[in-house]
Ligand binder design. Sequence first.
Ligand code: NAP
Ligand code: ZN
Length: 351
Amino acid sequence: MLSTKGYAAKAADAKLEPFEFERREVGANDVLIEIEYCGVCHTDIHQTRNEWGNSMFPMVPGHEIVGRVAKVGTDVTKFKEGDFAGVGCFVDSCGDCENCRQDVEQFCQVHCAQTYNSTEMDEKTPTYGGYSNRIVVKENYALKISDSENLAAIAPLLCAGITTYSPLRKFNIGEGSNVGIVGLGGLGHMGVKFAVSLGADVTVFSTSPSKEKDAYNLGAHHFVVSKNEEEMKSLAGQYDFILDCVSAAHDLSVYLNLLKLNGAMCLVGVPEKPAPVHAFALIQNNRSLAGSGIGGIKETQAMLDYCAENNITSDVEIIPIRNIEEAYERTIKGDVRYRFVIDMKSLNNGE
Ligand code: NAP
Ligand code: ZN
């Protein structure tokens, strides 16, 4: 077994603290990745605090992982030692069910082994995530990273990137689309970059007036403070597509009202509590309310390649792991520009 250092939450009300555990030896189809950076997703906060009621402890969070391949199994063909690789939100699936065959392994009908707060395919062995110095993963569930210059800014693509790229693609966003992005956080700022890059006219809806300048710098064309009821009403019926990236409870109908004929709103944010929706908000203009969950390996690779071609990375603030609790508090307050990324060297150096 491979002794591994990480940070774990031992209970929903406990702070994250150093934790040592073991990873499996590198099997024939596995790669060992020495982790260089791991992004901090709001999901890490929801789950370490058991806000969704499904937490398993001890929990080593982290599913925006990038690092260097340090060892490859005998049958591995996709990677060689020294390559850069990424791991996103899941590390295994059956590979054979209807959903896996359609490249949406995140919805494996047998079991999706999520990167943390989950189990391996035996549904017994806990999985531990990227707030750690190394990970062993099947080569088919690791992503290839071509640009080794910007590893820290690439890490958030593994979750925030694919989670926003996938629905924009599914809903055929492009030139002529009028798109709203709700909530300018880790997901939201990637949503803005992708929607702008795809050619859409993009409006950011934010509760934080202080983010206006950033929104324009990210490429958005309009910025609306969502608390401004008059302005929200004046935009009724104008949008083709709205991507809701908000992590806390909020009223969905104010955004549904902004959709034009056949417009769709897609939820990617997952607040702790369900949100009520009046049927009239959907019936008017034949609107749709949809959801989207991360993306499969094939689409995640396509997203990473798209980002490399179009110079898209995340805007990040790099932190040592000892500052993780402060980073969580700042993320909850919306005070992150726009993704915290942990420098995993800080773990080895005991910083
Ligand atoms: P984040 O960086 O904290 O961003 C969330 C943003 O929501 C904030 O920046 C803020 O934007 C807005 N917000 C926060 N509290 C609010 C409130 N009380 N009312 C209205 N707006 C509020 O979080 P994230 O990492 O982007 O994650 C966002 C959500 O997506 C989380 O719930 C996460 O679990 C979920 N998620 C889902 C998937 C998926 O597959 N569907 C994948 C990853 C994450 P403004 O300051 O601009 O208002
Ligand atoms: Zn995430």
